[in-house]
Design a protein around this ligand. Structure first.
Ligand code: KIV
Ligand code: ZN
Length: 512
């Protein structure tokens, strides 16, 4: 293996999904996994198979579908976890078992109630058992950032002897500083005699905003795998953001002479997809993928940019997939051009999905003169992802004005049967939601904990994208809707959320 190649291990579907409110269903996970494959990450961690039947199915679906990346599944240092993970992963082109156990004094004493020798024994047994399934075994020392270095060196040597091919050193609680974390990796490289037999990986959390800096410090000291997530999603303050790690390595090759295999022009699309599916917006000033990341506002900056873009731009917007190959479609565009563009964007739809998306395209093109890639992606979301099953919104009507009480009437099919509801509220959106509640009992029982509107593109003629979060009996789902009309988008998002609640998939998880 090229010693200057850094393996990019994406854990958006596992650690990212642990962000409160970011849970995804199987279709959504698969959609993100396919996009990660286009992004050319090396490893996709698809989930934690023992944690729930839904997670098991999600990991299996990703493992059975993805061919160009390794697919990993997380498991504790327990035979049952490992066997369940293997069951989910075995159909993958390159399956990886990822087993972990905590190694810090705090975790060993208070969480595991085990002494260091017992932890070492359990880690070695877990790796040996995982090796009975595959040679592609990764072992993680949870809370390595706060583990005693002597013990860390001892246990790392033991699990490499047991057959672990990748050793992951997480800063689980985001506690370390870059020079300290870099030194930790340096010590492991110096003191563990068999370290050359494994790839050293890092997995940094962002509690102090240092996850990317710590990951880079680790690479400078010999780590050759970085675990990260799209948009920095993840437990608490999140993980190292993939797009920041990858672009830092690419932009500063003069200081860190390493490469990744990532197709950086797919970064923007991946970021948008993850944001749409999880309902986690990207802050405008977020590095690399924020709406302002390449915007130049001040006169001096604009002047400099016009003279030479290098004055204020350290990387081009095109290199992350912004402003590239923008083909504008309009109402005169035909089905062939539409299909062609979707396929260039990586969407090969079935004939029925294409019919549905093309019909929506024509309707939208009547209202909006020019449709760009973001509009098309939104249409595909509707045609493919937001399939509504139990509840189908047929039509609605809202009457409102500055002096009137907003009133709404809706017509919906429930399991194929037509129902009508009407209601009022303080605002138009709420009046539609209340009308839905008249006919769907689950809608009244659920609590709406998030309602968010964003514009798909710039300009007054942008489509609105609405995300709602609904909670019921401990389950939490995100519903999305897109429409030219913000009330219609809201109604679609609400009904989409209700459909997800209706599709109970046993997502109550074992906590990591
Ligand atoms: O943060 C962490 O330590 C983890 C491990 C399970 C790899 O997510
Ligand atoms: Zn983590």
């Amino acid at each position: 293996m090229d010693n200057n190649r850094v393996i990019i291990f994406d854990t958006t579907l596992r650690d990212g999904e642990q962000s409160p409110g970011a849970s995804m269903n199987m279709e959504e996970k698969l959609r993100i996994a396919k996009q990660l494959e286009r992004l050319r990450v090396d490893v996709i961690e698809a989930g934690f198979p023992i944690s729930s039947p839904g997670d098991f199915q999600g990991v299996k679906l990703v493992a059975d579908t993805i061919r160009d990346c390794s697919v990993a599944g997380l498991c504790r240092a327990k035979r049952g976890d490992i066997d369940r993970a293997w069951e989910a992963l075995r159909g993958a082109a390159d399956p990886r078992i990822h087993t972990f156990i905590a190694t810090s004094p705090i975790h060993m004493k208070h969480k595991l109630d085990m002494n260091p020798d017992q932890v070492l024994e359990a880690a070695v047994a877990a790796v040996r058992h995982a090796r009975s399934h595959t040679t592609n075994v990764e072992w993680s020392a949870e809370d390595a950032g706060r583990s005693e270095l002597d013990f860390l060196c001892r246990i790392v040597a033991a699990v490499i002897d047991a057959g672990a091919a990748t050793i992951n050193i997480p800063d689980t609680v985001g506690y370390t500083l870059p020079h300290e974390f870099g030194a930790r990796i340096h010590t492991l490289m110096e003191r563990v005699p068999n370290i050359h037999k494994a790839v050293i990986s890092v997995h940094c959390h962002n509690d102090l905003g240092l996850a990317v800096a710590n990951s880079l410090a680790a690479v400078a000291n010999g780590a050759r795998q970085v675990e990260c997530t799209i948009n920095g999603l993840g437990e608490r303050a999140g993980n190292a953001a993939l797009e920041e790690v990858v672009m830092a390595l690419r932009t500063r090759r003069d200081i860190l002479p390493v490469t990744t295999g990532v197709e950086t022009t797919e970064i923007m699309r991946t970021s948008r997809l993850v944001s749409t599916i999880t309902g986690f917006p990207v802050q405008p000033n977020k590095a690399i993928v924020g709406a302002n990341a390449f915007a130049h506002e001040s006169g001096i900056h604009q002047d400099g940019m016009l003279k030479n873009a290098c004055t204020y731009e350290i990387m081009t917007p095109e290199s992350v997939g912004l402003n590239t190959n923008r083909m504008v479609l309009g109402k005169l565009s035909g089905r062939h051009a539409f299909k062609e563009r979707l396929s260039q964007l990586g969407h090969d739809l079935t004939p029925e999905q294409l019919d549905q998306a093309f019909q929506r395209f024509k309707e939208l093109a009547d209202k909006k003169r020019e449709l760009i890639d973001e509009d098309l992606e939104a249409l595909v979301d509707e045609a493919v992802v937001r399939q509504d099953y139990r509840y189908v919104l047929e039509r609605f009507h809202v009457a409102s004005g500055s002096a009137d009480i907003p009133m709404a009437a809706v017509e919906m099919k429930i399991d194929g049967e037509l129902h009508k509801g009407a209601s009022w509220a303080q605002g138009s959106v709420e009046s539609v939601f209340n009308a839905v509640k008249q006919i769907v009992p689950e809608a009244s029982q659920a609590t709406l904990t998030l309602y968010q509107v964003s514009a798909v593109t710039g300009g007054i003629d942008s489509q609105a994208e609405v995300t709602v979060r609904l909670e019921l009996d401990g389950r939490r789902v995100q519903g999305q809707g897109i429409d030219y009309d913000v009330i219609a988008a809201s109604a679609k998002a609400f009904v989409n959320g209700l459909n997800k609640l209706a599709r109970r998939n046993g997502r109550d998880k074992t906590a990591v």
